[in-house]
Write a protein of this length. Structure first.
Length: 475
């Protein structure tokens, strides 16, 4: 059982070889590239679990590569390698959407540790342990109680909540507490894999099923047989694949592309979304019968602002975890930093908190993290957190947009989001996207750069807005 390969982008031949040797020793699959241009060409034909790229590369640099990857596969974790003297560049990489960084020179075990941290979120762990969950608040304890209650059954679970709340972590808890814990846990992000590859990734294919299918390949359902399959961003699953997924759930059989034979599978499905699936059902974007098959046991995960008792312990956990890999063990949060953390509303939830701690480790020179090292920006009045939108310089998933932290394009009028009228998240998202599109003069490529979403996602949203009468199609 294997993960999709790790993409390594490093122009220094000696370091690239050393990295490859390390990954070989730990039986980690990889593909290595000496420049960003050749690495980008590999997308669309190969699925990757993680990208580890040098910052300074010939031609296109690592930051430009990061932006390009964010357009193609927004959810794919990217780790940037950089020299200690380039700490400010590493901060810029985090602002652009990098999930982590490695300060050169680094020990082989640090590289392996970073890969292990992100790779399970894309594919397989056998023991189901996952990340530890900080549970001090009644809200989190209630969620864990529901996870425990459903874990011992085979019921399908639907996890809902804003982007960045840790749905994948709770999914692992269900698997870890279930009788399936010794069997595979397979996680796949339905929005992160190109649509052309998603069907073959899920269901597998036979030799000759399509151009390039030189040998048969099992799909994730077969790989997860006996265990758990986590379908993240299920709301983004193309409508044509929903019927095939429904059949697998109902009949417990899977059929590879290019095959006429069905194979029985015993898979427990956990799905997750930050979208309102019932609203998408009403709009004809999601099958009603599939929704009720998935939502047998729904678990709503509250945003971080509703479980503030967890925030400081979680920040300390991140500080310890990343401090050890960066050679900065023993750092602590000052009283003022803790006060700033408690005062922040965390629109990006756990992912935003994780990024803030990483930035602080880069910017802190002493033994205590101060408020200025966290670089937290207050949300506008009346806004307590939005899924997938920039409200305080960050997106709802805790990642910073392409313009960085200090300023947004002049056409983005955040004042319109104040509390003079009730706004649901989808309305605010729609208004924000259409405003950005107008600001760019209808240039969709520029809008994608600013919004930090894929071209496919923007095209889908505009089509949806047009069908609902909010968008004329004239930019």
């Amino acid at each position: 059982m294997s993960h999709p390969p790790v993409m390594i982008v490093e122009d220094d031949a000696d370091l690239r070889e050393a990295i490859c040797v390390t990954l070989d020793l730990h039986q980690i699959g990889y593909q290595a590239f000496e420049d960003a241009e050749s690495a980008l060409m590999a997308f669309g034909t190969q699925e990757y679990s993680l990208v580890v790229s040098d910052f300074r590369l010939p031609g296109m640099d690592g930051l430009t590569l990061l932006r390009s990857i964010r357009k193609k596969v927004p959810q794919l974790p990217v780790v940037i390698m950089t020299a200690f003297a380039e700490a400010k560049l590493a901060v810029e990489a985090l602002q652009t959407g990098a999930r982590d960084f490695l300060i050169k020179p680094f020990q082989p075990e640090h590289l392996v540790g970073v890969i292990a941290r992100y790779q399970p979120a894309v594919d397989t762990v056998s023991n189901g342990g996952g990340q530890p969950i900080v549970a001090r608040s009644p809200a989190t304890l209630s969620v864990l109680s529901r996870c425990q209650r459903v874990a011992t059954t085979n019921a399908t679970v639907l996890l809902t909540g804003e982007s960045g709340v840790g749905k994948d972590v709770f999914a692992r808890q269900v698997h870890a507490r279930s009788p399936r814990v010794a069997k595979p846990y397979i996680a796949i992000n339905c929005a992160a894999i190109p649509e052309t590859l998603l069907e073959s990734t899920l269901f597998g294919f036979e030799r000759g099923a399509f151009t390039g299918a030189v040998k048969p390949q099992e799909g994730k359902f077969e790989t997860a047989n006996g265990g758990t399959l986590f379908l993240d961003e299920i709301g983004e699953l193309p409508i044509e694949l929903q019927a095939k997924l429904l059949r697998v759930i109902q009949d417990r059989v899977v059929e590879r592309i290019g095959s006429t034979k069905s194979q029985e599978v015993d898979v427990r499905i956990i799905a997750a979304t930050n979208r309102d699936l019932l609203e998408r059902v009403s709009a004809g974007k999601f099958r009603e019968d599939l929704y009720y098959r998935l939502a047998v046991f729904p678990i709503a995960i509250p945003p971080l602002r509703e479980r503030m008792e967890d925030v400081i312990p979680m920040a300390e956990l991140f500080l310890e975890r990343y401090g050890s890999t960066m050679g900065r063990p023993g750092l602590r949060l000052s009283a003022d930093a803790q006060a700033a953390i408690n005062a922040h509303r965390w629109p990006g939830n756990v992912r935003e908190l994780e990024n803030a701690v990483q930035r602080a480790l880069l910017l802190c020179d002493g033994e205590e993290v101060l408020p200025e090292h966290l670089e937290l920006k207050p949300a506008p009045s009346g806004v307590t957190g939005l899924a997938g939108l920039a409200v305080n310089g960050t997106r709802g998933n805790g990642e910073l947009p392409a313009w960085g932290m200090e300023s947004a394009p002049s056409g983005v009028d955040f004042a319109s989001f104040t509390g003079d009228r009730p706004l649901d998240l989808e309305t605010v998202e729609r208004e924000h996207i259409l405003r950005i599109l107008k600001t760019t003069g209808g240039n969709r490529k520029k809008a994608i750069d600013i919004l930090g979403i894929s071209e496919r996602a923007l095209r889908y949203k505009l089509k949806d807005y047009k069908e609902k009468g909010f968008y004329s199609g004239k930019d």
